[in-house]
Design a protein around this ligand. Structure first.
Ligand code: FOL
Length: 222
């Protein structure tokens, strides 16, 4: 079970960042991000694996690049109630950080190694793990360098793209989504997919916030 989903917000030009941060502040989209990455939905596959019997905490995993980790405001990181996997080529990156030793924070030296780590903690993993954490769903949350690896991976099953109907000054972009590899669900289908995926209501259609209009869209791997 190495499958994962991408979560991203992008403008019309697929811009995602500027000066090491997000180029916009969209309160509702950020709440949607927190909800989709945090919510653990009981899947049929995991019905027999309960944390009650193993004393493990079941959370979703968020894989992110080192720059994305550093872009998250200190008061919001590590992302609460999620297993934070930071990808850095520096194996000592966490050594002098306050997060070192936190069971919900881990370092991987490549995207592949991050997927391997998360797979070893997956709920339906056959080998009993020594970790206190059990991973339900896995999300790749950026940035551009990891999204590049992620969209190309056959293990990427969905792209949850918040499409912002604007062109904002960005210096970082999401890679091209191949239409032979992913299918964009029509607006109504995207909305139905998300409500089923989250098992709760999700705002549909165009959302207006400040001067921005945006919509939650879903791409499925073909
Ligand atoms: N996907 C979407 N749809 N929107 C985003 O803004 C987004 N951002 C990232 C990745 N995928 C995204 C990467 N950047 C936080 C900050 C930056 C960030 C991701 C997350 C963050 O602070 N998250 C808190 C919520 C804070 C709040 O409520 O304002 C969290 O708990 O998730």
């Amino acid at each position: 079970m190495r499958s994962f989903s991408i979560v991203v917000a992008a403008d019309r030009a697929m811009g995602i960042g500027k000066n090491g941060g997000l180029p916009w502040r969209l309160r509702k989209d950020m709440a949607f991000f927190a909800r989709i990455t945090s919510k653990v939905v009981q899947g049929a596959q995991d019905a027999t694996t309960t944390d009650e019997s193993t004393h493990q905490r079941r959370v979703n995993a968020c894989i992110m690049g080192r720059k994305t980790w550093e872009s998250i405001p200190k008061k919001f990181r590590p992302l609460t109630d999620r297993f934070n996997v930071i990808v850095s080529r520096d194996p000592h990156y966490l050594d002098d950080k306050p997060e070192k030793g936190n069971p919900l924070v881990a370092l991987a030296t490549s995207f592949e190694a991050a997927l391997d780590l998360v797979e070893s903690l997956h709920s339906s993993s056959s080998s009993p793990s020594t970790s206190s954490v059990q991973v339900a769903r896995t999300f790749l949350i950026g940035g551009a360098q990891l999204y590049n690896d992620g969209v190309r991976s056959k293990d990427c099953t969905h792209i949850f793209l918040t499409r912002i109907d604007a062109t904002v000054d960005c210096d970082t972009f999401f890679p091209e989504i191949s239409h032979s590899e992913y299918q964009l669900l029509p607006s109504t289908d995207s909305h139905a997919f998300l409500e089923n995926y989250l098992q709760e209501s999700v705002e549909g259609g165009v959302i207006e916030e400040g001067s921005y209009q945006y919509e939650y869209t879903v791409y499925n791997r073909i």
